[in-house]
Design a binder for this molecule. Structure first.
Ligand code: HEC
Length: 122
């Protein structure tokens, strides 16, 4: 390895590592959808939104990236399906976009079968 190449390799390596970390982080939030909507909630969404949609972990601690409490029916009922559909497909601030992983029909199922039921349950 020539000295000039060694000088270059460090930032390149750092960039590759960063890209790798970003990809890994993205994979964690964006698993492939296999048709099981409940499983997808658990695998893709619950890390930020909580298994029960409240934005809290099992011990009741607020999760850092929750954004919205789906069990708060008063707030949830003010939200339109179309608005949530757009958030799921296109993302919203820290919320990742799921276009390409979920179809519009999949995202609609997520809303009616998972998100709306969180509010109804409380
Ligand atoms: C990296 C964390 C993260 C993941 C993973 C995530 N979300 Fe979110 N989500 C957020 C945050 C943060 C917000 C709030 C965005 C805002 O309002 O600024 C949000 C907002 C939403 C909203 C809009 C709520 C509202 O009315 O304000 C919906 C719907 C939603 N998420 C559904 C999902 C679904 C379904 C999944 C899985 C397919 C998912 N989220 C995965 C962080 C996440």
């Amino acid at each position: 390895m020539t000295p000039s190449f060694r000088f270059l390799s460090r930032p390149i390596l750092a960039a590759l590592l960063l890209a790798g970390a970003a990809l890994a982080a993205q994979d964690k939030d964006k698993p492939k959808f296999d048709g099981d909507i409940q499983k997808y909630w658990t695998d893709a969404c619950s890390r930020c939104h909580g298994a029960n949609g409240s934005g809290r972990d099992a011990s009741g601690r607020q999760l850092p990236d929750a954004g919205f409490d789906f069990t708060d029916s008063r707030k949830a009922n003010k939200k339109k399906d179309a608005e949530w559909l757009k958030s799921i497909l296109d993302g919203k601030d820290k919320m990742p976009a799921y276009k390409g992983l979920l179809t519009e029909a999949d995202a609609s199922r997520m809303i009616t079968e998972i998100l709306r039921k969180f509010a109804a349950r409380r």
